[in-house]
Design a protein around this ligand. Structure first.
Ligand code: SF4
Length: 356
């Protein structure tokens, strides 16, 4: 008789947790453009954009993207230049490259429809466990977890888990906890409710709004007074600093840009000519003379910095006017309008654009 009592108690706990969270979500869900029509394609695009990027930033990008590239087929065929232009400012451009590669695979292997199976989703370029879980649960209502940073924080607190959430074992433990709680018939809303709870109520850095939390009565961190110490996170590796000199080179009212290499950071995007280290005016003039130009003017620009995940660029820049043809095949001379409308130049260089 006793196991049945325990089982009933556990089921009551699970049902109550689900109901309270889902009732709250029905009233408080954020209105987001991909939620009004959660097609697999839109859920996928939104999740790719939301990696490492805030919701408010993503919304206008998402709207523009799905207006212009409304389907898997159109994504598979889009020109790289146009794709990167639509992505410009979102950062982590590799996500855009993966989206196109995955779209091509979906057209080839799945007749243009995103696969329903979580393993097939995970086999596509750029789709990891979280994104696969989000697509499967939100678009197909399959009861699988979608554990991002917000959900990790919420569930670590609910379970008073004091493990380091950067540790894969802890993440797995939390995924298993979500699996026990997720309803079989409303997985998409349940996962999105957890995401919204993390984004709006169970906030990081010791400031959660526990009094407004729909699952407060289940939260062990709250009942044990551990909210400010959970989640536990090991320190991230320190970012490497890289000094660079950026050249805004003008010739005949046009600015020089060049294509980055096809591998590594910001692969295949356009950039302003730049060199490692902090160069003096004289060194820059010498470089340009060696490239076949005559420098007619050079002025120092404001310093800038840009933070990537593992690296930080500290940049000094010069605005330089040149004459002469130069002997470069990989430089392209473009107008201001062309930069704004056609070429995608990463935000890292924008402090050195004429309008900045
Ligand atoms: S009670 Fe507080 S700490 Fe616990 S889940 Fe809710 S907001 Fe987070």
């Amino acid at each position: 008789m006793r196991p049945l009592v325990i089982y009933n108690h556990r089921m009551n706990y699970i049902n109550k947790f689900q109901n309270q969270l889902l009732n709250w979500y029905r009233q408080k869900a954020r209105e987001l453009p991909w939620r009004s029509d959660p097609s697999p394609y839109k859920v996928w695009i939104s999740e790719a954009m939301l990696q490492q990027t805030r919701v408010e930033t993503v919304i206008p990008y998402f709207n523009r993207f799905v207006d212009e590239i409304p389907s898997v087929e159109s994504l598979a065929e889009v020109e790289d230049e146009r794709l990167f232009k639509l992505w410009q400012g979102l950062g982590y451009y590799r996500r855009a490259t993966y989206l196109k590669k995955a779209a091509q695979a979906i057209v080839k292997e799945y007749n243009g429809h995103l696969p329903v199976s979580i393993n097939e989703l995970k086999s596509l370029p750029g789709i990891g466990a979280y994104t696969a879980g989000a697509i499967a649960s939100i678009a197909f209502n399959i009861p699988v977890p979608a554990v991002d940073g917000n959900v990790l924080r919420v569930m670590a607190r609910v379970n008073a888990d004091q493990g380091n959430i950067r540790n894969p074992e802890v993440k797995k433990r939390i995924e298993e906890l979500v699996i026990t709680l997720i309803p079989t018939n409303n997985a998409g809303d349940f996962n999105q409710a957890l995401m919204d709870l993390g984004a709006g109520i169970c906030l990081p850095n010791g400031t959660p709004k526990c009094n407004e939390c729909p699952v407060k009565e289940f939260c062990k961190a709250y009942s044990k007074g551990l909210v400010s110490t959970i989640p536990v996170k090991s320190d991230k590796k320190e970012r490497k600093m890289l000094e660079k000199t950026i050249l805004t080179v003008w010739w005949n009212g046009r600015m020089a840009i060049r294509k980055r290499e096809s591998k590594g950071l910001l692969a295949n995007l356009w950039e302003l000519p730049n060199y490692e280290g902090f160069l003096s005016k004289e060194q820059c003039v010498l470089i340009l003379e060696q490239l076949g130009f005559t420098v007619t003017d050079i002025t120092t620009m404001k310093n800038a910095r840009h933070i990537f995940t593992h690296i930080e660029w500290v940049m000094k820049g010069y605005s330089i006017s040149v004459e002469g043809e130069g002997n470069l095949s990989d430089w392209k001379w473009v107008t201001d309008e062309e930069i704004r409308g056609i070429y995608s130049i990463p935000t890292a260089f924008q402090a050195f654009f004429p309008s900045s």
